[in-house]
Design a protein around this ligand. Structure first.
Ligand code: F0G
Length: 487
């Protein structure tokens, strides 16, 4: 694939270095514990990286949710927040921004992305109806199935090919969409959803061209089209840099065309807008009226929706900053730099590089660990052991069991190393590559995990697991041999 990276500043040497277009004016001290302590912490927190306390984590690459570095303009805006239950000026400012950003008339606030999903599932999905999507997200699926709905995925088979050159692996395969609608009938479909970028298949983007096709099809069938714009910042960057027809268009122009195709847009403001909140933008008054009544019921009054007004002010500024290419490029160019450093050490990573984070292909890394023993989860525990690095399992552990209790094996087994915006330095990314390189050379030592406490819903969040055998002790021993300080 040609290199589409948007390098506004090139190095004379020709080296590809992701130059930061910001400077750090506030920092947080982090601690690297020796391997013996890491092993102890890992086992006492159920081998689940969600359960690790931050004080024991060196590089927190769990997620970019609510942990992107905020800008000075965001912090400044927080001081202007108008704290009132009803009629807050802060809400009107945010509403105006969302309206201008997406070009849709109506806006409903909600406390985060899954709160929007709860509202959408409650309002639109009847038992036995489908949500059709390019690919599901964990919380989305959980809300749809909670109300008795079903999920059908239309992403192309190539989405699960981890070393691909397809620049838009998140795209809908139109034949799958049309075939499914013909098979079950439109009345069985609650809504069609586009997630851009996709989360669970490696932050892979959806092209504007594909969105146009899906929207055209939905219009022709009278199907409601819902857009999950949580990961829009990265997706926008990829449309701008990979989609030839968009190269000379402004980011705002691209967003407005994209959102003009949708009936409903929802987002996690923990990602889009780099604050802590969420919201739903709507094109039609009828949808607005249907969803509106659920906001005071689940979230809070219509002018705050469960959010702190300070976060709403930060989100307001953060959404506007999404239209700055130097802001939205920071995660993708760091993901690429980390990905290339890992590739140089032979570590199998998802390509093309996507947004959100660098995704390691656990099935290729440790092919000897069966999917029933959660290879991406066990790789996550091994990576923590090796470098105090906290990643997130995105594979079978993140799936729900089938109704008969059997495992629903994921189409991909990924360890996500999230790269929140403007948080890490390049030397920290090189440290990650170095430790994963060491781990790759010792991959035969890595074994699997099994549940000792498995929650029924969203088990990956709070589940506790134990290693199958004593492989973690042996891995820690090998590490100590090569790195006698244990660091
Ligand atoms: N949709 C997508 C595509 C997401 O990535 C997320 C969250 C949500 C919805 C839910 O939003 O967390 O604000 O309730 N993704 C986080 C992550 C959790 O780490 O990838 P939320």
């Amino acid at each position: 694939m040609p290199d589409h990276t948007y390098n506004r500043v090139e190095f004379f040497s020709g080296e590809k270095i992701p130059l930061e277009m910001h400077k750090a004016r506030m920092v947080q001290r982090v601690h690297l514990r020796p391997v013996g302590e890491r092993l102890y912490v890992l086992n006492s927190t159920g081998n689940n990286t969600f359960l690790l306390p931050n004080r024991d984590v060196f590089l927190d690459m769990l997620t970019d949710s609510g942990v992107n570095a905020m800008s000075e303009a965001q912090y400044a805006a927080m001081l202007l927040a108008d704290d009132s239950y009803a009629g807050s000026e802060t809400f009107y400012r945010l509403e105006k921004t969302v309206r201008e950003f997406f070009g849709l008339e109506y806006f409903l606030p909600a406390h985060q992305g899954r709160a929007c999903e709860n509202i959408l599932a409650t309002a639109y999905v009847k038992p036995g109806q489908y949500m059709v999507t390019n690919y599901h997200f964990t919380t989305t699926k959980a809300h749809i199935t909670r109300v008795g709905g079903l999920v059908y995925e239309c992403v192309s088979d190539e989405a699960s090919v981890t070393d691909s050159v397809n620049p838009f692996k998140g795209n809908y395969e139109m034949a799958k969409l049309a075939g499914f609608v013909d098979k079950v009938g439109v009345e069985k479909i609650a809504f069609v959803r586009i997630e851009a970028g996709t989360n669970l298949i490696g932050g892979q983007p959806v092209s504007l061209e594909n969105m146009r096709e899906v929207a055209g099809y939905c219009r022709s069938k009278g199907l409601r089209l819902v857009f999950d714009a949580s990961l829009l910042a990265d997706n926008l960057y990829f449309i701008k840099t990979r989609e030839e027809s968009c190269r000379n268009r402004s980011l705002s122009d691209i967003v407005l065309e994209m959102s003009g195709l949708m009936d409903v847009i929802y987002f996690s403001g923990r990602k889009l807008g780099c604050a802590r909140g969420g919201g739903i933008a709507l094109a039609h008054e009828a949808d607005y009226r249907k969803l509106r009544d659920l906001v005071p019921l689940f979230e809070g009054f219509l002018t705050y929706g469960g959010m702190s007004v300070r976060e709403m002010e930060a989100m307001n500024v953060g959404i506007q900053e999404t239209l700055d290419i130097d802001t939205i490029s920071q995660t993708p160019i760091f993901v690429q730099a980390l990905g290339e450093a890992l590739q140089a050490k032979g570590v199998p990573v998802v390509t093309p590089f996507g947004g959100l984070g660098c995704h390691v292909d656990a099935r290729k890394f440790i092919p000897h660990v069966p999917q029933e023993q959660y290879p991406a989860g066990s790789l996550g525990s091994a990576v923590f052991l090796t470098g105090g690095i906290r990643g997130m399992e995105r594979g079978t552990m993140s799936e729900q069991r089938n109704p008969d209790g059997s495992e629903h094996l994921s189409s991909v087994e990924l360890l996500r190393l999230a790269v929140p915006k403007r948080v890490f330095t390049l030397s920290q990314m090189m440290f990650v590559a170095d430790r994963l390189g060491w781990l790759y050379e010792h991959r035969d030592l890595i074994g699997g995990l099994e549940f000792e406490d498995e929650p029924e819903t969203l088990r990956f969040f709070l589940g506790r697991l134990r290693p199958v055998g004593d492989w973690q002790e042996r891995l820690a021993e090998a590490f100590r041999k090569d790195m006698p300080t244990g660091l």
